[in-house]
Design a protein around this ligand. Structure first.
Ligand code: SF4
Length: 71
């Protein structure tokens, strides 16, 4: 799985960090940064992405197909 973070969309809600704390972190600006793509399970990472109120986290398969969000 590949994770793409859209930092300019991030509003610092922090729910992604709650679901996948080894993957996502808020920096000093209160915006999400990527720590390690492989530290949480795929399910935890997906839950983190799905919890984001502004869809600032995109998830792709290793083959490059978009998994989340769907549109
Ligand atoms: S849930 Fe979304 S808005 Fe909140 S910190 Fe994570 S990426 Fe940013």
């Amino acid at each position: 799985m590949k994770i793409v973070i859209l930092r300019d969309k991030c509003v610092g809600a922090g729910s992604c960090v709650l679901f996948a704390p080894k993957t996502f972190k808020l920096d000093k600006e209160g915006k999400v940064i990527l720590l390690d793509e492989n530290a949480n399970s795929n399910e935890e990472i997906l839950q983190g992405a799905q919890s984001c109120p502004v869809n600032a986290i995109e998830i792709y398969s290793d083959e490059g197909q978009k998994i989340y969000p769907k549109n």
